[in-house]
Write a protein that binds this ligand. Structure first.
Ligand SMILES: [Zn+2]
Length: 177
């Protein structure tokens, strides 16, 4: 594992520890953050995969929702850049979110009630994980601006841009979800 001498007084804790090294003979999927400083592997198939529509994950990712691959903690291994990983613990839920301290990419999401699991940002992983994200959590918290697959048409004069024609969007009634 690459180590770099960096002093970061804001870093609350060390990077997530893996209790044992992942079995090198096990099939793996590789992932990395935006800048490439942090690289990791998870054993595949992963445990499960899911879309998280909660307000907390929306803010943590700066996106309409976050998609995670849940894997056993022992099957996640940070290959490179552990010193770049910064952790934030939510004071209310005690959930810990890790992100790259250099590029800000959200990496891992550990929930207090499932300490043996680590949820990994799906979008950072190349290739397949052995699990499709078929599950949705907190879908009632989906914002009304999220794209839900509405029909799109080319925008005249802007090659490569498609858009949703006004008036087509149906407001969702949260009570019906
Ligand atoms: Zn990075």
């Amino acid at each position: 594992m690459a180590t770099r001498a960096r002093s970061n007084p804001d870093k609350p804790k060390a990077a997530p520890k893996t209790p044992r090294r992942r079995d090198p003979a096990e099939p793996a999927a590789s992932g990395q953050c935006l800048c490439g400083a942090v690289r990791f592997e998870i054993g595949v198939p992963a445990r499960w995969a899911w879309h998280d529509h909660s307000a907390a994950s929306r803010r943590a990712h700066g996106a309409a929702c976050a998609t995670y691959v849940g894997c056993w903690r022992s099957r996640l291994q940070v290959i490179e850049g552990a010193d770049f990983i910064t952790r934030y613990e939510d004071p209310e839920t005690r959930a810990v979110r890790s992100f790259c301290g250099r590029c800000g990419a959200p990496l891992f999401y550990e929930r207090a009630h499932a300490p043996q699991m680590v949820n990994v940002s799906r979008a950072l992983i190349e290739g397949r994980t052995g699990r499709e994200p078929r599950y949705h959590i907190a879908i009632e918290q989906t914002p009304d601006w999220a794209y839900l697959g509405e029909p799109l048409v080319p925008l005249k004069g802007f090659p490569g841009v498609v858009w949703e024609r006004p008036g087509r969007k149906k407001r969702r009634d949260p009570g019906l979800i």
